[in-house]
Write a protein that binds this ligand. Structure first.
Ligand code: FES
Length: 120
């Protein structure tokens, strides 16, 4: 069981359980299930609306999660959130290049994480 804490300046922090090892549950689907108001659009990794910042709960270990998928790479590059050099390093190290993720693409792993999201 992984604990995912959602945090926004506009809302109270909320910590929820995620089923570890599902290999399919995204941050966005977990947020929707728990009525957490993360902004989203396409839900397919194309628009960048669901941009979130992901780190470890205690701030000691980061970045968290698995490497970016191809859609995240394209969108985050276009948004200026990741550099070409960071992407190259990610393919060597097999870990995410930095804190920025797309909530609709990042799959929850068996690790406790903090997800910071902008919200209206
Ligand atoms: S909702 Fe469009 S990229 Fe996630």
């Amino acid at each position: 069981m992984a604990l995912v804490t959602f945090s926004s300046t506009m809302h109270k922090d909320k910590t929820v359980y995620a089923v570890a090892g599902s290999h399919t549950q995204t941050i966005l689907s977990l947020a929707k299930e728990n009525h957490i108001p993360i902004d989203f659009g396409c839900q397919e990794g194309d628009c960048g609306t669901c941009l979130v910042k992901v780190s470890s709960v205690d701030g000691k270990r980061s970045p968290m999660g698995g490497p970016l998928n191809i859609r995240e790479v394209a969108v985050l590059k276009e948004m200026g959130k990741v550099t070409k050099g960071e992407i190259e390093k990610m393919y060597v190290d097999d870990i995410p290049p930095n804190h920025w993720r797309l909530a609709c693409q990042m799959v929850v792993r068996d690790e406790d994480i903090l997800v910071e999201y902008p919200s209206k």
